[in-house]
Design a binder for this molecule. Structure first.
Ligand code: UT7
Length: 306
């Protein structure tokens, strides 16, 4: 769905959307597509690229805020779609930070010996919770899914190891009213719609993102100059540029896909990763910085040796 396709839906313009956000288009799930079907497609693509099959996976962690049903977890439905009756699967709900939370959680399951190979998926159908009469939100979000496989391996305990090098996660519920869904099973009994005070979220975003990235750099004992790629949450090009500038990361190292997908919440980081891996930018052994910030507020950063 291109920006011009909002003609006749809400009073907006391609110029406003591009100038304020960098978004040029977003994808909308077809009527017969769901968070589970998008997640399954991404999972199969990740398994193919890893040369693995569902039989090789023992845990699925799905980051989503738009599950197929209130319960069971959509991860379990993806497990069933993949033909898996072994292992375990669960959903992780941290809105736009979902993938950063999920990959960190998957890593801890591997380190703790509960899993050897984990399918980490971010999948969302935000089009289903948007208020299509609210121009301040409906132009910003899109649907999509991305996935990767994490595998256990012995390392040397240094930043040269492949996999998750360091991570920092944060949340602060005092900001919950700035970005939330006005429905839920225990309150209204309805699904509800996304509500956001965009300017308020924007005001906090760059500071929260840069703080948590600097904390992660300190844990790993590295500086911004050491990273090969910065793959931020794709909400707004101005937030991405502001964060990169404040961290001292040059434009050439920033992966920005917000113009292609809009904000796909928990799917945005894995979608951006998949674009930059497919076009040859991210290569084996590159040091990749992931970050995200969103509803809750939740935010976090993860340093990955690809
Ligand atoms: O995933 C993590 C969470 N989300 C985010 O990170 C989003 C964070 N926020 C943002 O990205 C930005 O705040 C927005 C893109 C949402 C808005 O940009 P802004 O520069 O903060 O604009 P604004 O909210 O200050 O609104 C400016 C004007 C307003 O008009 P007035 O009051 O100045 O006359 C809005 O009514 O733009 C108007 N406006 C629009 N105009 C055309 C709001 N939405 C639209 C629209 N088309 N779609």
């Amino acid at each position: 769905m291109a920006n011009k396709d909002f003609d006749g839906i809400v009073e907006t313009s391609d110029e406003w959307i591009v100038q304020r956000t960098g978004i040029r288009q977003r994808h909308i799930a077809a009527d017969d597509e769901t968070t589970a079907s998008l997640g399954e497609a991404a999972a199969r693509a990740a398994l193919d690229s890893a040369g693995l099959t569902p039989a090789d996976i023992d845990l699925i962690v799905l980051a989503t805020s738009t599950p197929n049903n209130t319960f069971p977890a959509t991860a379990v439905e993806i497990q069933q779609r993949l033909g898996m009756r072994h292992g375990f699967a669960f959903d992780m709900q941290a809105v736009c930070s979902g993938f950063v939370y999920a990959i960190t959680t998957a890593d801890l399951h591997i380190r703790g010996g509960l899993a050897r190979r984990v399918l980490v998926i971010g999948s969302e159908t935000f089009s289903r919770i948007l208020d299509w009469n609210d121009r301040s939100t409906c132009v910003l979000f899109g649907d999509g899914a991305g996935a990767l496989v994490l595998e256990a391996a012995e390392g040397g305990g240094t930043t040269a190891d492949r996999g998750i090098i360091a991570a920092s996660l944060r949340s602060d519920g005092s900001h919950r009213d700035k970005l939330f869904v006005d429905g839920g099973p225990s309150t209204t009994g309805t699904v509800g719609h996304l509500r956001m005070e965009g300017r308020e979220v924007f005001k906090h975003a760059v500071g929260m993102i840069t703080d948590v990235v600097i904390e992660t750099f300190a844990k790993a004992g590295i500086t911004a100059g050491d990273i090969d790629w910065f793959v931020p949450h794709q909400a707004n090009k101005r937030i991405i540029d502001g964060s990169a500038r404040k961290l001292g990361i040059p434009d050439e190292k920033v992966v920005a896909t917000v113009h292609l997908h809009g904000n796909t919440s928990a799917a945005s980081v894995p979608l951006a990763l998949s674009v930059a891996v497919a076009d040859g930018r991210i290569k084996k052994n590159d040091l990749v910085l992931l970050e995200a910030m969103g509803g809750g507020f939740t935010w976090g950063a993860v340093l990955v040796r690809w």
